[in-house]
Write a protein that binds this ligand. Structure first.
Ligand SMILES: [Zn+2]
Ligand SMILES: [Zn+2]
Length: 147
């Protein structure tokens, strides 16, 4: 399945264009993502800011009150079209991308790891590496129960 060329918000007013491939693909269980995106884990891809452009409609932006991140959304339907993380990367929720491809996420967009698995609200059984914290740290081996 090819990567989607353009992504529409739920009402269709905002059109986002992607260029190239994501820099990173992950399921993030960190408290910040959970809280900010309102989900038990954020399945998303991270892109350089110039790879993600708004080509139609108008976005509104909400900056986190205390942390260095923001969320861009359609002012009409409220759909989050991308976030910006503390590294300045644009973060696209997989649910948003999958809508543009008929509900199925393209292989090249699927998560390759779990991050901050220590903070999970649900246990995941898959073959992906589960980093307890960031991607350069310790991996959960599943044998010693929870952390
Ligand atoms: Zn909309
Ligand atoms: Zn996170």
């Amino acid at each position: 399945m090819p990567l989607p060329h353009s992504l529409l918000c739920l009402c269709g007013a905002v059109n986002i264009k992607l260029n190239g491939q994501p820099e990173a693909r992950a399921n993030c269980h960190c408290l910040t993502c959970r809280d900010f995106y309102g989900t038990s884990m954020l399945s998303a891809t991270a892109w350089l800011p110039e790879q993600v452009t708004v080509v139609g409609g108008r976005i509104s932006t909400f900056s986190h009150p205390t942390k260095q991140l923001s969320r861009a959304f359609c002012p009409r339907c409220g759909d989050t079209v991308f976030g910006t993380n503390r590294f300045g990367m644009r973060v696209l929720p997989n649910s948003f991308v999958a809508r543009a491809t008929g509900g199925e996420l393209p292989e090249e967009m699927r998560a390759t790891m779990h991050l901050f698995y220590r903070h999970r609200t649900i246990d995941i059984q898959d073959e992906l590496p589960k980093y307890l914290d960031g991607w350069d740290g310790q991996i959960y081996d599943g044998s010693s129960g929870k952390p």
